[in-house]
Design a protein. Structure first.
Length: 151
C-alpha cells in the first residue's frame, strides 16, 4: 500500500495525517483452508460510525477490498471489485467529502488481477499519488513508487 501511494513508512504511519481503519477490530479467525474469515459484522456496525464521526477532517477514504467497498462506497461493489475500482475518476472528482476510491487489496493474491488490469498501475496509481501528495501538503513526494517495497 505504501508503494502504491509512494509514501515512506514515516509518512504512511503518521497518525496526524493518515488513519488506517480496519473493517474489523479483531482477528476473525481462519477457515478450514487456513484463510482469514471475513471481518465480523458487529465490528463495523459498532465502531465505524463513531470512529469516522471523530475524524470530520477526512478528505479521502481508500476502500481497500470488497468488504470496505461495500461499507464505504455509495454504489458499493456492485459489478464486482473491478467495476468499483474502475470508478476511481468519479471518486477523485466527487465534491462531497470525504471522497472515496475503491482499491484492490495489496496482496500477492491479487497479482493476477493486477496483471489483467494494467490501467490500475498506469492510470489510477499516478493520479492517486498526485492526490495524496496534494493532501499531504508537499510537492516533493516522488511521482513513482519508491524502491523500498511493494506493500
Amino acid at each position: 500500500m505504501r508503494a502504491w501511494l509512494a509514501l515512506s513508512a514515516e509518512e504512511f504511519y503518521d497518525v496526524r495525517r493518515i488513519a488506517i481503519v480496519p473493517m474489523g477490530f479483531c482477528f476473525p479467525g481462519q477457515d478450514a483452508a487456513g484463510g482469514d474469515l471475513p471481518p465480523r459484522r458487529e465490528c463495523a456496525r459498532t465502531w465505524h460510525a463513531r470512529l469516522f464521526a471523530a475524524m470530520p477532517q477526512l478528505q479521502l477514504i481508500l476502500a481497500v477490498g470488497g468488504y470496505a467497498q461495500r461499507w464505504h462506497m455509495e454504489r458499493g461493489s456492485e459489478g464486482g471489485m473491478t467495476c468499483a475500482v474502475r470508478r476511481w475518476r468519479e471518486g477523485l472528482a466527487a465534491r462531497s467529502m470525504p471522497r472515496r476510491i475503491a482499491l484492490p487489496h495489496p496482496s500477492w493474491r491479487n497479482n493476477a488481477w493486477l496483471a489483467a488490469n494494467p490501467w490500475f498501475e498506469t492510470e489510477l496509481l499516478p493520479a492517486l499519488r498526485e492526490e495524496v501528495r496534494r493532501l499531504m501538503g508537499a510537492s516533493d513526494y516522488p511521482l513513482h513508487a519508491p524502491e523500498y517495497g511493494k506493500t
